[in-house]
Design a protein. Sequence first.
Length: 295
Amino acid sequence: MKKGGPRTAFQHLLELVKWVDIVVEVLDSRIPVSTRHPKSRSLFGNKPHLLVSTKEDIADADRVRLLFDQSPVLKDERCLMVSLKGGDNPKRIIKEFVHMGEAAQKKLAAKGFRPRPVRVCIVGLPNVGKSSLINWLIGKRSTRVGNQPGITRGTQWVRVHPQVELLDTPGILPPVAFHPLTYERLAMFNLVPEAKYDYEVVAQKAFEDLRQIYPHLLAKISEDLLDPRAGIAEFAKARNLVISGGKPDVARGAQIFLANLRDGRLGRITFDRLANEENLDNSEAQDAWQDDESL
Ligand SMILES: Nc1nc2c(ncn2[C@@H]2O[C@H](COP(=O)(O)OP(=O)(O)O)[C@@H](O)[C@H]2O)c(=O)[nH]1
Ligand SMILES: [Mg+2]
């Protein structure tokens, strides 16, 4: 780890984690394997942790459950899937915290400390749904807790249950140390800065993934299924996105295609691959990927 100089995002997270009993890593159900941070095991490995996969309402829940069972980076973890857009009840997750906290309480009691509520923090990549999850867990009836150790100015504990306190500010896991192919998948779902990838390349890759996993969804929007470039051109033309001479505006087409994919308008999808499927398995790619110690 670097000495001196400004603290890295990872150092900030390590500081944050000192204050809590349970770490919740937020995943995106469209790519639950790819959104597990390659560094999370080494950062939070010996803290009790729970993986919460958001956006169930726009994901392929059956595929997500299979990935929870099969994926090398998820199968040994406690994973829960939620939709933060209506329907789901936060009590299910809060109960899980209470249950997980019982072990931490016993430890404290054994050291002679008075029992206190279990402390939970939420971490994850940008845009996976951390803030939405915090707001959903806090709801309307929770109370702010005064006089508690804070981590940085502006952060606060919120009591979401008599035995559970939640940190109201999430820890952001920086999108670094990913395999380039995983990074591309993060780009598809708007989880990395736009300036860092080529829209058209990523849209074509998404078109290809859609063709491989959900050909029936793709068939609704394009007849040219084999060539992603032609497919997206066709998509653009069908939406009247044309440039001079009536040629399809492939740049705009790629943008609208990705926007529709991301907001669920193309259908409920999950792009990470199962064990029996060809193509990249992210977890293996991540294992094989360099372990960059400079982070
Ligand atoms: N459809 C759907 N959208 C969600 C869900 N959770 C989060 N989002 C959306 O995902 C985007 C990022 O969420 P946000 O909480 O700001 O992510 P953060 O950057 O991790 O804090 C927002 O547009 C949310 O409305 C969910 O369960 N379902
Ligand atoms: Mg946020």
